[in-house]
Structures are given as structure tokens and as C-alpha cells.
Design a protein around this ligand. Structure first.
Ligand SMILES: [Zn+2]
Ligand SMILES: [Zn+2]
Length: 171
């Protein structure tokens, strides 16, 4: 299965590392596309100042080709019904992640490029894991563990645990 990464967040180096991690875990081809205005204001909840991840993912199902998964990358802050925010969301072939809350600066900490790249890789590998049918994992070190906060993201590894990997490779 090919993975098409479509990003409005322009950071070639980080996106390249994301692509490499996805190739490494899931195999197959990974292509990166840059698209301006991927998440436009029609998805914005003006009161919350956040964008509706669910509607975005549904919208982009319309461009999903055969034999591919799509991973959208945005710098806008996302929410989903019932949650204050989400780092990402995946549904039927299309996933989205937001880098908005992955910067150490967001938490009042000094910039840390290596930490930021680790976080974006984990979120990407997690959401693409859902696209491949993986569910949340109870092993908190596994990349498929649910992240309620950035501390959860930082605690986990950037790869699926052995159990999740085994599920992945069952046809
Ligand atoms: Zn998840
Ligand atoms: Zn796992």
C-alpha cells in the first residue's frame, strides 16, 4: 500500500524523516506532497479557534485513490467531538496529524528540534497504524498507545510493539 503524505506544514527535513519512518515500519512507497491551504477556514470552529479533524478527514476521502492511504499534515490546531484537542485522527484510508502541539514552545519550553521531530514521527506512525487497522495498544511504550497528553507521546516509542507488528503482518 502506498502512503501519500500531503502537508501544508513546510519542513522538508522533518517530512523526509517521517517518510523514512513510515517506510521502515509499514513498507511500500511513501510520497510527499506540499499543498497550500490544505485545512482552510471552512473547517474552522470560530468559537474554539480550532479545526474539525473529523470533517477534514471525511472531506479528503474524496481524493483517496485505490491502493493508497493519505496522511495529511497541518500546523493548525485540531479538535474532534468530545475532546479538547487531538494530535491526530484516522478514518477509512485518510488520517491527519497536527504539529501545533508538538513544539516544545507550545508548552513554554525552549525549542528542541530533535524532540519535535521525534514527536511528529510518533504521531505519523500512530495514525498510519490506524489506517493499517491497528487499534490502541495497552502497552504504553508502544507507538499505538493512546496519547492524552504530550507526556504520553514522549513516553512511547516510535515503533509498534511486537504484538502490534505481528497483527500488521497478518494478511
Ligand atoms: Zn489513535
Ligand atoms: Zn502495541
Amino acid at each position: 500500500m502506498r502512503i501519500r503524505v500531503i502537508s501544508e506544514y513546510v519542513d522538508g527535513e522533518a517530512l523526509e524523516e517521517v517518510a523514512e519512518a513510515l517506510r521502515d515500519v509499514y513498507g511500500g512507497e511513501v510520497e510527499i506532497q506540499i499543498a497550500e491551504n490544505l485545512v482552510d477556514d471552512k473547517f474552522l470552529d470560530y468559537e474554539r479557534g480550532q479545526y474539525d479533524a473529523w470533517r477534514i478527514v471525511q472531506h479528503y476521502r474524496g481524493i483517496l485513490g485505490e491502493d493508497e492511504y493519505i496522511l495529511l499534515v497541518t500546523d493548525k490546531d485540531l479538535y474532534a467531538a468530545g475532546l479538547n484537542f487531538v494530535f491526530g485522527l484516522a478514518w477509512r484510508g485518510v488520517a491527519i496529524i497536527s504539529v501545533h502541539r508538538l513544539f516544545p514552545e507550545f508548552y513554554g519550553q525552549p525549542p528542541d528540534r530533535a524532540l519535535f521531530k521525534e514527536r511528529i514521527i510518533k504521531e505519523a506512525v500512530h495514525e498510519v497504524g490506524h489506517l493499517h487497522g491497528l487499534m490502541h495498544c495497552s502497552d504504553r511504550r508502544c507507538v499505538m498507545a493512546f496519547s492524552n497528553s504530550i507526556a504520553d507521546t514522549d513516553y512511547k516509542d516510535s515503533r509498534p510493539c511486537k504484538k502490534c507488528l505481528a497483527k500488521l503482518h497478518v494478511p
